[in-house]
Design a protein around this ligand. Structure first.
Ligand code: COA
Length: 163
């Protein structure tokens, strides 16, 4: 009997979104519902050169986050985490975005922007209309190009207000 593969909604939840990719054989999916595997997240953070944090602290940080978004390379048997972002906040008015990363192999294809668009849409869905973040200095331009307002010194802080 042929194997029945799980549906996209089984793997990623009903709110998942397919990304546009330059490679038609590659399916990339954004989801805030699929649970994040800590080891995979650690490997992603390693790949973008971030220093390691104890896994029990990361687990707790995720548990206390308002939103966790994974960017997955679709594979019906074993989806791979290739991007991530999370937010903290009050769940009503304000949120702060943390840990935005796209695996180097997938950078430069518009996925970081799609990830941020998805994050902001999920926050807007909660009614949140003020979002902040602390960018690494060499990434400030990535957010500025997407309409984030920079603090006067334009070094790290960026703000997004719902139109
Ligand atoms: C920053 C990051 C998430 C961007 O992801 P990405 O998938 O490469 O970004 P995109 O391809 O969606 O880029 C969208 C636009 O932003 C630009 N951009 C990307 N990285 C940029 C940077 N560091 N500075 C300025 N602009 C940048 C792209 O050139 C592109 O411009 P275009 O629309 O004119 O073509 C990714 O490079 C990354 O994970 N970096 C390592 C971790 C990191 O620094 N995270 C941010 C912490 S604040």
């Amino acid at each position: 009997m042929p194997e029945t593969l799980p549906l996209m909604t089984d793997l990623y939840g009903s709110g998942h979104r397919l990304c546009t990719t330059p490679n038609p054989s590659l399916e990339l999916v954004l989801s805030q519902e699929r649970p994040i595997d800590l080891i995979e997240l650690e490997a992603l953070c390693d790949a973008v050169g971030w220093s390691r944090r104890p896994l029990r602290r990361v687990r707790k940080a995720l548990q206390h986050s308002l939103l966790q978004v994974g960017l997955w390379r679709h594979d019906a048997r074993l989806p791979r985490l290739v991007g991530f972002a999370r937010c903290t906040g009050d769940g009503v008015v304000e949120a702060t975005v943390w840990d935005v990363a796209v695996h180097p192999r997938y950078q430069g294809a518009g996925l970081g922007k799609e990830l941020m668009d998805y994050v902001l849409e999920q926050l807007r869905g909660m009614g949140i209309d003020r979002v902040s973040l602390f960018a690494d200095p060499d990434v400030v331009g990535f957010y500025a190009a997407q309409g984030w307002e920079l603090e006067p010194l334009q070094r790290r802080c960026a703000f997004w207000y719902a139109p």
